[in-house]
Design a protein around this ligand. Structure first.
Ligand SMILES: *Cc1c(COP(=O)(O)O)cnc(C)c1O
Length: 377
């Protein structure tokens, strides 16, 4: 079955017998037992809830995994994930990670005894060089945020396998519609469901997906114990959002290609980072492992003044954090998403006063270009 069909009919809707086409919202904290020792399969909503369970089955199927866990936010999912590790464990991570993930690793996981090294995970020799006996996992974002570096996931998985390491991939930017890391050999997929999966800038969610039974069991234990599960209503919003994932992703990508090409023609724009441009250094890897490029663009303008002017003058395009929704959003990574990354490191990574990040939405592409034209020139 094609993934666009799976988005709509991704799991058996067998939680009721009313014929309701939309999965009901089971707004119940607890479930009565039929008899002593006889459960309906549902006991308490932190452990399992029929609405959330349906969503989890859809997500597992979309990623070609065997189990998916729905969390209240992406950060809650990554926080639970870190509970797989113990004092002294070492994790190699992409150097250009989502700012909140770096904050978690550096200010919370490190305090709990985990050790991290950050490198460009597209440099396979560098990855190999950092592996030592305490190394337990490689944590990848591909493409990265905001510099749009792409890692050859299959190649990293091959290295990881020879050393017995877990490969974890944050697949928020491309979603299973364009990229399926478990199929490429990864062990765990992470999502901020807040972004493309939900798709409407109206709810927060997170996921962990795996195809390994042992990992699934360990994650389920952490999940029910730490409790950052997604509410029934938000689960329903995610189910609804995912139904249109395929059309949204394709149309947003179409808009992104138009906008990226237009940006490259602008005098005040020095660089455009979009993995769908054939001159992107990782274009070949992208086309090998993903079926699309997504709709995230970063670009560098000629001065801080131009950057501020753009943010002040854009009207249709909203100056707001987050990404992946139907509304086009622009962010200033220096001040927003990456404000907690030390200045020196930010500059080293290319996150400077002139860098802006764009999440292209579903508006008409010509209207978006007109908005940029009036704001820029
Ligand atoms: C937003 C985001 C997160 C965090 O997710 P929340 O839902 O905001 O907690 C993690 N990774 C990436 C790549 C993100 O864009």
């Amino acid at each position: 079955m094609d993934i666009s069909t799976l988005c709509i009919h991704g799991a058996d809707n067998n939680t009721h017998n009313t014929g309701a086409v939309s999965v009901p919202i089971y707004q119940s904290a607890t479930f009565a037992h039929l008899d002593v020792g006889k459960s309906t399969g549902y006991d308490y909503s932190r452990l399992q809830n029929p609405t959330r369970e349906y969503l989890e089955k859809v997500m597992a199927n979309l990623e070609q995994g065997t189990d998916a866990l729905a969390f209240s936010t992406g950060m809650a999912a990554i926080t639970a994930l870190m509970e797989l590790f113990s004092i002294g464990d070492h994790i190699i991570a992409s150097g250009d990670l989502y700012g909140g993930t770096v904050r978690l690793f550096e200010h919370i996981s490190r305090k709990n005894g985990l050790k991290f090294d950050y490198i460009n995970t597209s440099d396979l020799d560098a990855v190999r060089g950092l592996i030592h006996p305490d190394t337990k996992a490689i944590y990848i974002e591909s493409p990265t945020n905001p510099m749009m570096q792409v890692t050859d996931i299959t190649a990293v998985c091959e290295i990881a396998k020879t050393f017995g390491l877990l490969v974890i991939v944050d697949n928020t930017f491309l979603t299973p519609y364009y990229q399926q890391p478990l199929v490429l050999g990864a062990d765990i997929v992470v999502h901020s469901g807040t972004k493309y999966l939900s798709g409407h800038n109206d709810t927060l969610a997170g996921f962990l997906v795996t195809k390994n039974e042992d990992l699934s069991e360990r994650l389920r234990f952490i999940y029910k114990t730490t409790g950052a599960c997604l509410s029934p209503f938000d689960s329903w919003l995610l189910i609804r959002g995912i139904k249109t994932l395929a059309v949204r992703m394709d149309r947003q990508q179409e808009n992104a290609v138009k906008l990226a090409n237009w940006l490259t023609t602008q005098k005040k724009v020095n660089k455009v980072f979009y993995i769908g441009l054939p001159d992107h250094p990782d274009y070949a890897v992208s086309t090998k492992q993903a079926s699309g490029f997504g709709s995230m663009i970063s670009f560098e303008v000629d001065s801080e003044t131009t950057a501020i002017q753009l943010l002040e003058r854009l009207q249709l395009v909203l100056f707001a954090e987050s990404l992946g929704g139907v509304e086009t959003l622009i962010t200033y990574p220096m001040l927003q998403t990456h404000a907690d990354v030390p200045m020196e490191e930010r500059l080293e990574r290319g996150i400077n006063d002139c860098l802006l990040r764009l999440s292209v939405g579903l508006e008409n592409a010509d209207d978006l270009i007109a908005d940029f034209e009036q704001a820029l020139n």
